[in-house]
Design a binder for this molecule. Structure first.
Ligand code: SF4
Length: 439
Protein backbone atom coordinates (compact mmCIF):
# COMPACT_ATOMS: atom_id res chain seq x y z
CA UNK A 1 0.00 0.00 0.00
CA UNK A 2 1.40 3.40 -0.92
CA UNK A 3 1.83 5.83 1.91
CA UNK A 4 2.65 8.93 -0.10
CA UNK A 5 5.57 10.53 -1.85
CA UNK A 6 9.15 10.49 -0.69
CA UNK A 7 12.02 12.76 -1.66
CA UNK A 8 15.57 12.12 -0.42
CA UNK A 9 18.37 14.65 -0.73
CA UNK A 10 21.86 13.21 -0.33
CA UNK A 11 25.00 15.10 0.57
CA UNK A 12 28.52 13.67 0.77
CA UNK A 13 30.24 10.45 -0.06
CA UNK A 14 29.41 7.06 -1.55
CA UNK A 15 28.55 5.74 1.91
CA UNK A 16 25.77 8.32 2.02
CA UNK A 17 24.54 7.48 -1.48
CA UNK A 18 24.34 3.91 -0.32
CA UNK A 19 22.54 4.85 2.92
CA UNK A 20 19.99 6.84 0.91
CA UNK A 21 19.34 3.75 -1.20
CA UNK A 22 18.72 1.81 1.99
CA UNK A 23 16.33 4.50 3.24
CA UNK A 24 14.35 4.30 0.00
CA UNK A 25 14.20 0.55 0.27
CA UNK A 26 13.19 0.55 3.94
CA UNK A 27 10.41 3.02 3.09
CA UNK A 28 9.30 1.17 -0.01
CA UNK A 29 5.63 1.93 0.78
CA UNK A 30 6.43 5.47 -0.35
CA UNK A 31 6.77 6.40 -3.99
CA UNK A 32 9.93 8.31 -4.82
CA UNK A 33 9.42 11.75 -6.42
CA UNK A 34 11.98 14.03 -8.02
CA UNK A 35 10.11 17.22 -7.15
CA UNK A 36 10.61 18.04 -3.48
CA UNK A 37 7.42 20.14 -3.47
CA UNK A 38 5.31 17.06 -4.21
CA UNK A 39 6.71 15.01 -1.32
CA UNK A 40 4.90 14.07 1.88
CA UNK A 41 8.13 12.86 3.42
CA UNK A 42 11.43 14.67 2.88
CA UNK A 43 14.66 13.15 4.15
CA UNK A 44 17.96 15.01 4.07
CA UNK A 45 20.93 12.66 4.34
CA UNK A 46 23.77 14.82 5.54
CA UNK A 47 27.55 14.74 5.60
CA UNK A 48 29.71 16.65 8.07
CA UNK A 49 33.13 15.61 6.78
CA UNK A 50 33.39 18.91 4.90
CA UNK A 51 32.02 22.19 6.11
CA UNK A 52 30.57 23.03 2.70
CA UNK A 53 28.31 19.96 2.56
CA UNK A 54 27.10 20.68 6.09
CA UNK A 55 26.26 24.29 5.23
CA UNK A 56 24.37 23.17 2.11
CA UNK A 57 22.24 20.81 4.21
CA UNK A 58 21.40 23.59 6.69
CA UNK A 59 20.56 25.95 3.90
CA UNK A 60 18.20 23.41 2.31
CA UNK A 61 16.55 22.74 5.66
CA UNK A 62 16.09 26.49 6.19
CA UNK A 63 14.41 26.80 2.79
CA UNK A 64 11.94 24.06 3.67
CA UNK A 65 10.44 26.25 6.43
CA UNK A 66 8.02 27.87 3.94
CA UNK A 67 7.01 24.51 2.47
CA UNK A 68 6.17 23.16 5.94
CA UNK A 69 4.12 26.30 6.69
CA UNK A 70 2.00 25.71 3.57
CA UNK A 71 1.80 21.92 3.99
CA UNK A 72 2.04 21.18 7.73
CA UNK A 73 1.42 17.46 7.16
CA UNK A 74 4.77 17.06 5.36
CA UNK A 75 7.28 15.18 7.53
CA UNK A 76 10.84 16.47 7.33
CA UNK A 77 13.70 14.33 8.62
CA UNK A 78 17.43 14.86 8.82
CA UNK A 79 19.79 11.89 8.98
CA UNK A 80 23.48 11.13 8.52
CA UNK A 81 26.54 12.64 10.14
CA UNK A 82 25.21 16.16 10.86
CA UNK A 83 22.17 14.62 12.56
CA UNK A 84 24.45 12.36 14.58
CA UNK A 85 26.66 15.26 15.56
CA UNK A 86 23.95 17.78 16.48
CA UNK A 87 21.10 15.55 17.74
CA UNK A 88 18.40 17.33 19.78
CA UNK A 89 19.97 20.73 19.07
CA UNK A 90 18.65 20.46 15.50
CA UNK A 91 15.08 20.08 16.69
CA UNK A 92 15.48 23.20 18.83
CA UNK A 93 17.11 25.21 16.07
CA UNK A 94 14.65 24.18 13.34
CA UNK A 95 11.08 24.01 14.73
CA UNK A 96 9.80 22.74 11.35
CA UNK A 97 12.06 19.65 11.54
CA UNK A 98 10.19 16.51 12.65
CA UNK A 99 12.88 13.87 12.87
CA UNK A 100 16.58 13.59 13.56
CA UNK A 101 18.03 10.13 12.97
CA UNK A 102 21.66 9.17 13.41
CA UNK A 103 24.02 7.03 11.40
CA UNK A 104 23.00 3.83 13.17
CA UNK A 105 19.24 4.46 13.27
CA UNK A 106 18.58 3.67 9.63
CA UNK A 107 16.94 0.32 10.23
CA UNK A 108 14.49 1.98 12.64
CA UNK A 109 13.42 4.50 10.01
CA UNK A 110 9.98 3.02 9.19
CA UNK A 111 9.08 3.10 12.89
CA UNK A 112 10.38 6.66 13.32
CA UNK A 113 8.53 7.90 10.24
CA UNK A 114 5.33 6.32 11.45
CA UNK A 115 5.67 8.00 14.89
CA UNK A 116 6.25 11.36 13.22
CA UNK A 117 3.60 11.12 10.51
CA UNK A 118 0.82 9.32 12.39
CA UNK A 119 1.33 10.46 15.95
CA UNK A 120 2.81 13.87 15.20
CA UNK A 121 5.81 13.24 17.45
CA UNK A 122 9.12 15.05 17.07
CA UNK A 123 11.84 12.45 17.24
CA UNK A 124 15.55 12.29 17.90
CA UNK A 125 17.30 8.91 17.56
CA UNK A 126 21.07 9.28 17.60
CA UNK A 127 22.28 6.43 19.82
CA UNK A 128 25.66 5.00 18.79
CA UNK A 129 26.33 1.35 19.39
CA UNK A 130 29.89 0.12 19.23
CA UNK A 131 29.11 -3.57 19.39
CA UNK A 132 28.09 -4.52 15.91
CA UNK A 133 24.46 -3.46 15.91
CA UNK A 134 24.42 -2.82 12.20
CA UNK A 135 21.31 -2.82 10.10
CA UNK A 136 21.14 -5.37 7.34
CA UNK A 137 22.21 -3.92 4.07
CA UNK A 138 19.90 -3.58 1.13
CA UNK A 139 20.20 -5.64 -1.97
CA UNK A 140 18.79 -3.38 -4.64
CA UNK A 141 21.34 -2.39 -7.25
CA UNK A 142 22.42 1.22 -7.62
CA UNK A 143 21.93 1.02 -11.36
CA UNK A 144 19.55 -1.84 -12.21
CA UNK A 145 21.50 -4.78 -13.60
CA UNK A 146 24.80 -2.92 -13.65
CA UNK A 147 26.44 -2.09 -10.37
CA UNK A 148 25.86 -1.89 -6.67
CA UNK A 149 27.50 -0.89 -3.40
CA UNK A 150 27.79 -3.30 -0.50
CA UNK A 151 28.81 -2.01 2.92
CA UNK A 152 31.26 -4.34 4.60
CA UNK A 153 32.01 -2.24 7.65
CA UNK A 154 31.12 1.01 9.31
CA UNK A 155 32.91 3.48 11.52
CA UNK A 156 36.58 4.17 12.04
CA UNK A 157 39.12 3.83 14.87
CA UNK A 158 41.79 6.06 13.41
CA UNK A 159 40.98 9.52 14.73
CA UNK A 160 42.83 11.52 12.11
CA UNK A 161 43.03 14.89 13.79
CA UNK A 162 40.87 16.70 11.20
CA UNK A 163 38.15 14.07 10.78
CA UNK A 164 34.74 13.85 12.35
CA UNK A 165 33.89 10.33 11.18
CA UNK A 166 34.86 8.41 14.36
CA UNK A 167 32.65 10.79 16.36
CA UNK A 168 29.59 10.54 14.14
CA UNK A 169 29.87 6.99 12.80
CA UNK A 170 31.42 5.35 15.84
CA UNK A 171 34.19 2.74 16.00
CA UNK A 172 34.91 0.11 13.37
CA UNK A 173 32.30 -2.61 13.08
CA UNK A 174 32.62 -5.28 10.39
CA UNK A 175 29.69 -7.18 8.98
CA UNK A 176 29.92 -10.95 8.94
CA UNK A 177 31.68 -12.25 5.83
CA UNK A 178 29.05 -14.91 5.15
CA UNK A 179 26.31 -12.25 5.09
CA UNK A 180 28.36 -10.08 2.71
CA UNK A 181 29.07 -13.01 0.38
CA UNK A 182 25.39 -14.00 0.40
CA UNK A 183 24.37 -10.43 -0.40
CA UNK A 184 26.83 -10.11 -3.28
CA UNK A 185 25.67 -13.48 -4.64
CA UNK A 186 22.06 -12.29 -4.53
CA UNK A 187 22.93 -9.07 -6.32
CA UNK A 188 24.79 -10.98 -9.04
CA UNK A 189 21.76 -13.24 -9.45
CA UNK A 190 19.73 -10.06 -10.02
CA UNK A 191 22.11 -9.25 -12.86
CA UNK A 192 24.64 -6.95 -11.17
CA UNK A 193 28.05 -7.02 -12.86
CA UNK A 194 30.08 -4.76 -10.60
CA UNK A 195 30.27 -4.55 -6.81
CA UNK A 196 31.96 -1.82 -4.79
CA UNK A 197 32.74 -2.87 -1.24
CA UNK A 198 32.35 0.10 1.08
CA UNK A 199 33.82 1.06 4.42
CA UNK A 200 35.65 4.01 5.98
CA UNK A 201 38.76 1.85 6.11
CA UNK A 202 38.15 -1.46 4.33
CA UNK A 203 41.74 -2.58 4.93
CA UNK A 204 41.00 -3.20 8.57
CA UNK A 205 37.95 -5.34 7.77
CA UNK A 206 37.59 -8.30 10.15
CA UNK A 207 40.31 -7.18 12.56
CA UNK A 208 39.53 -7.94 16.18
CA UNK A 209 36.91 -10.53 15.25
CA UNK A 210 38.24 -13.99 16.10
CA UNK A 211 37.98 -16.35 13.14
CA UNK A 212 36.74 -13.69 10.70
CA UNK A 213 38.26 -13.37 7.22
CA UNK A 214 40.77 -10.63 6.55
CA UNK A 215 39.92 -8.13 3.83
CA UNK A 216 42.17 -9.91 1.32
CA UNK A 217 40.49 -13.22 2.12
CA UNK A 218 37.08 -11.62 1.73
CA UNK A 219 38.14 -10.32 -1.70
CA UNK A 220 39.32 -13.82 -2.67
CA UNK A 221 35.95 -15.29 -1.70
CA UNK A 222 33.98 -12.61 -3.52
CA UNK A 223 36.22 -13.15 -6.53
CA UNK A 224 34.92 -16.72 -6.74
CA UNK A 225 31.26 -15.72 -7.12
CA UNK A 226 30.18 -16.87 -10.60
CA UNK A 227 28.87 -14.15 -12.86
CA UNK A 228 30.48 -11.24 -10.99
CA UNK A 229 32.59 -9.33 -13.52
CA UNK A 230 34.11 -6.55 -11.46
CA UNK A 231 35.05 -5.83 -7.84
CA UNK A 232 36.05 -2.45 -6.46
CA UNK A 233 36.55 -1.21 -2.92
CA UNK A 234 36.87 2.07 -1.11
CA UNK A 235 38.40 3.54 1.06
CA UNK A 236 41.86 2.21 1.90
CA UNK A 237 44.00 3.68 4.64
CA UNK A 238 47.64 3.63 3.47
CA UNK A 239 48.95 2.50 6.85
CA UNK A 240 46.80 -0.65 6.69
CA UNK A 241 47.53 -1.49 3.05
CA UNK A 242 49.26 -4.84 3.45
CA UNK A 243 51.39 -6.71 0.94
CA UNK A 244 48.79 -9.46 1.02
CA UNK A 245 46.12 -6.99 -0.09
CA UNK A 246 48.32 -5.46 -2.79
CA UNK A 247 48.97 -8.91 -4.20
CA UNK A 248 45.22 -9.46 -4.60
CA UNK A 249 45.44 -7.16 -7.62
CA UNK A 250 47.62 -9.70 -9.37
CA UNK A 251 45.66 -12.74 -8.19
CA UNK A 252 41.99 -11.83 -8.55
CA UNK A 253 40.95 -11.34 -12.17
CA UNK A 254 37.74 -9.53 -11.34
CA UNK A 255 39.42 -7.02 -9.03
CA UNK A 256 39.59 -3.79 -11.04
CA UNK A 257 42.95 -2.07 -11.44
CA UNK A 258 42.08 0.94 -9.35
CA UNK A 259 42.74 1.92 -5.77
CA UNK A 260 41.78 5.08 -3.94
CA UNK A 261 44.59 5.69 -1.47
CA UNK A 262 44.23 9.03 0.35
CA UNK A 263 47.62 10.58 1.13
CA UNK A 264 46.24 13.91 2.48
CA UNK A 265 49.65 15.66 2.63
CA UNK A 266 53.20 15.27 1.40
CA UNK A 267 54.94 16.76 4.41
CA UNK A 268 55.95 14.50 7.29
CA UNK A 269 55.34 17.29 9.80
CA UNK A 270 51.76 17.76 8.58
CA UNK A 271 51.15 14.00 8.34
CA UNK A 272 52.17 13.74 11.99
CA UNK A 273 49.87 16.58 12.99
CA UNK A 274 47.10 14.88 11.03
CA UNK A 275 47.77 11.64 12.97
CA UNK A 276 47.83 9.67 9.74
CA UNK A 277 50.18 6.97 10.99
CA UNK A 278 52.58 6.88 8.01
CA UNK A 279 55.39 8.96 6.61
CA UNK A 280 55.73 10.39 3.14
CA UNK A 281 58.35 7.75 2.32
CA UNK A 282 56.22 4.87 3.60
CA UNK A 283 53.36 6.07 1.42
CA UNK A 284 55.60 6.38 -1.63
CA UNK A 285 57.02 2.90 -1.02
CA UNK A 286 53.53 1.41 -0.99
CA UNK A 287 52.66 3.10 -4.26
CA UNK A 288 55.87 1.80 -5.78
CA UNK A 289 55.11 -1.73 -4.57
CA UNK A 290 51.58 -1.51 -6.01
CA UNK A 291 53.02 -0.46 -9.38
CA UNK A 292 55.53 -3.30 -9.29
CA UNK A 293 52.72 -5.77 -8.71
CA UNK A 294 50.41 -4.24 -11.31
CA UNK A 295 52.07 -1.63 -13.54
CA UNK A 296 48.78 -0.44 -15.04
CA UNK A 297 47.10 0.15 -11.66
CA UNK A 298 45.23 3.43 -11.46
CA UNK A 299 45.80 5.28 -8.20
CA UNK A 300 43.65 8.15 -7.00
CA UNK A 301 44.06 10.08 -3.79
CA UNK A 302 42.71 12.78 -1.46
CA UNK A 303 44.73 15.86 -0.56
CA UNK A 304 43.97 18.56 2.00
CA UNK A 305 45.58 21.97 1.66
CA UNK A 306 45.83 24.60 4.38
CA UNK A 307 45.91 22.26 7.36
CA UNK A 308 46.67 24.31 10.52
CA UNK A 309 50.35 25.18 10.61
CA UNK A 310 50.94 24.31 6.94
CA UNK A 311 53.90 26.43 5.84
CA UNK A 312 54.75 27.10 2.24
CA UNK A 313 57.52 24.48 2.47
CA UNK A 314 54.98 21.87 3.62
CA UNK A 315 52.76 22.73 0.70
CA UNK A 316 55.75 22.44 -1.65
CA UNK A 317 56.35 18.94 -0.23
CA UNK A 318 52.75 18.05 -1.04
CA UNK A 319 53.08 19.41 -4.58
CA UNK A 320 56.31 17.49 -5.00
CA UNK A 321 54.70 14.26 -3.83
CA UNK A 322 51.75 14.75 -6.16
CA UNK A 323 54.12 15.30 -9.08
CA UNK A 324 56.24 12.27 -8.18
CA UNK A 325 53.32 9.95 -7.58
CA UNK A 326 51.58 10.94 -10.83
CA UNK A 327 48.17 10.02 -9.45
CA UNK A 328 45.53 9.27 -12.04
CA UNK A 329 43.38 11.82 -10.25
CA UNK A 330 42.93 13.44 -6.85
CA UNK A 331 40.12 14.91 -4.82
CA UNK A 332 41.51 18.05 -3.24
CA UNK A 333 40.01 20.09 -0.43
CA UNK A 334 40.71 23.13 1.67
CA UNK A 335 40.99 22.30 5.35
CA UNK A 336 38.01 23.38 7.45
CA UNK A 337 37.49 23.02 11.21
CA UNK A 338 35.12 20.21 12.11
CA UNK A 339 33.55 20.19 15.55
CA UNK A 340 34.96 17.76 18.17
CA UNK A 341 38.16 17.16 16.21
CA UNK A 342 41.63 17.75 17.61
CA UNK A 343 42.72 19.96 14.74
CA UNK A 344 39.93 22.38 15.62
CA UNK A 345 42.00 23.51 18.60
CA UNK A 346 45.25 23.81 16.63
CA UNK A 347 46.64 27.30 16.31
CA UNK A 348 48.22 28.75 13.18
CA UNK A 349 45.15 28.46 11.03
CA UNK A 350 46.02 29.17 7.40
CA UNK A 351 44.30 32.29 6.01
CA UNK A 352 41.49 31.60 3.52
CA UNK A 353 43.24 33.42 0.67
CA UNK A 354 46.34 31.24 1.01
CA UNK A 355 44.23 28.09 1.10
CA UNK A 356 42.48 29.22 -2.10
CA UNK A 357 45.80 29.94 -3.76
CA UNK A 358 47.30 26.57 -2.79
CA UNK A 359 44.23 24.68 -3.92
CA UNK A 360 44.31 26.39 -7.32
CA UNK A 361 47.99 25.54 -7.80
CA UNK A 362 47.50 21.93 -6.73
CA UNK A 363 44.49 21.41 -8.96
CA UNK A 364 46.29 22.86 -11.96
CA UNK A 365 49.26 20.52 -11.41
CA UNK A 366 46.97 17.52 -11.09
CA UNK A 367 44.87 18.48 -14.13
CA UNK A 368 47.99 18.35 -16.27
CA UNK A 369 49.00 14.95 -14.86
CA UNK A 370 45.50 13.53 -15.30
CA UNK A 371 45.31 14.73 -18.88
CA UNK A 372 48.76 13.36 -19.66
CA UNK A 373 47.83 9.95 -18.24
CA UNK A 374 44.46 9.90 -20.01
CA UNK A 375 46.16 10.81 -23.30
CA UNK A 376 48.31 7.69 -23.01
CA UNK A 377 45.11 5.68 -23.50
CA UNK A 378 44.39 7.16 -26.93
CA UNK A 379 44.46 4.34 -29.45
CA UNK A 380 44.08 1.67 -26.75
CA UNK A 381 41.17 -0.74 -26.48
CA UNK A 382 39.51 -0.69 -23.06
CA UNK A 383 36.91 -2.93 -21.47
CA UNK A 384 33.94 -0.73 -20.55
CA UNK A 385 30.93 -1.60 -18.42
CA UNK A 386 28.03 0.29 -20.00
CA UNK A 387 26.12 2.18 -17.30
CA UNK A 388 23.49 4.11 -19.22
CA UNK A 389 22.92 7.20 -21.31
CA UNK A 390 25.48 9.95 -21.19
CA UNK A 391 24.37 12.96 -19.10
CA UNK A 392 25.42 15.46 -21.74
CA UNK A 393 24.04 13.72 -24.80
CA UNK A 394 21.09 11.33 -24.52
CA UNK A 395 22.04 9.73 -27.84
CA UNK A 396 25.31 8.56 -26.36
CA UNK A 397 26.17 5.85 -23.87
CA UNK A 398 28.46 6.14 -20.91
CA UNK A 399 30.44 3.59 -18.94
CA UNK A 400 33.64 3.05 -17.00
CA UNK A 401 36.91 1.35 -17.71
CA UNK A 402 38.37 -1.05 -15.17
CA UNK A 403 40.64 1.83 -14.08
CA UNK A 404 37.43 3.79 -13.27
CA UNK A 405 37.64 6.31 -16.10
CA UNK A 406 34.43 7.56 -17.68
CA UNK A 407 34.09 6.75 -21.38
CA UNK A 408 31.41 8.16 -23.70
CA UNK A 409 30.57 6.55 -27.02
CA UNK A 410 27.77 5.98 -29.49
CA UNK A 411 25.82 2.76 -29.07
CA UNK A 412 22.51 1.03 -28.69
CA UNK A 413 20.74 1.37 -25.32
CA UNK A 414 20.47 -2.43 -25.19
CA UNK A 415 24.16 -2.50 -24.36
CA UNK A 416 23.50 -1.09 -20.87
CA UNK A 417 24.76 -3.59 -18.29
CA UNK A 418 27.11 -5.24 -20.79
CA UNK A 419 30.88 -5.24 -21.05
CA UNK A 420 32.06 -3.89 -24.38
CA UNK A 421 35.43 -3.17 -25.97
CA UNK A 422 35.91 0.49 -26.75
CA UNK A 423 38.77 2.00 -28.71
CA UNK A 424 39.76 5.31 -27.09
CA UNK A 425 39.93 8.04 -29.69
CA UNK A 426 40.17 11.19 -27.61
CA UNK A 427 41.14 11.84 -23.99
CA UNK A 428 40.06 14.80 -21.87
CA UNK A 429 40.70 15.61 -18.22
CA UNK A 430 37.43 14.19 -16.92
CA UNK A 431 36.48 11.63 -19.53
CA UNK A 432 37.44 9.67 -22.63
CA UNK A 433 35.68 9.33 -25.98
CA UNK A 434 35.74 6.18 -28.01
CA UNK A 435 34.08 3.82 -30.45
CA UNK A 436 32.84 0.33 -29.79
CA UNK A 437 35.00 -2.30 -31.42
CA UNK A 438 33.46 -5.43 -29.91
CA UNK A 439 31.51 -7.11 -27.12
S1 SF4 B 1 40.86 7.03 8.46
FE1 SF4 B 1 41.00 9.11 9.25
S2 SF4 B 1 40.09 10.34 7.59
FE2 SF4 B 1 39.45 8.23 7.23
S3 SF4 B 1 37.46 8.06 8.27
FE3 SF4 B 1 39.02 7.37 9.73
S4 SF4 B 1 39.50 9.19 10.94
FE4 SF4 B 1 38.46 9.88 9.08
Amino acid sequence: MEKGYLHIVTFGCQMNVYDSQRMAQLLSGYQMVKDIKKADLILINTCSVREKAEQKAYSLLGRLRGLKRNKPYVVIGMGGCVAQQEGEALLKRFPHLDMVFGTQALHRLPELVSLASQEGKRICDVGLSHNGDMAPSCVSPLLPNVKSFVTIMQGCNNFCSYCIVPYVRGGEVSRKSEVIIEEVTELVQQGVKEITLLGQNVNSYGKNIPGELSFSQLLEEIGKIPGLKRIRFTTSHPKDLSNELMECFARIDTLCEHIHLPVQAGSDRILRLMNRGYTRQQYMDKVQRLREILPQVSITSDVIVGFPGEEDSDFQDTLDLVKKMEFDNIFSFKYSDRPHTKACSFRDKVPAAIKDQRLTILQQVQREITLKKNKRLEGHIEEVLVEGRSKKDVFELTGRTRSNRVVNFTGNYELVGKLVKVKIEKAYVNSLRGIIVGN
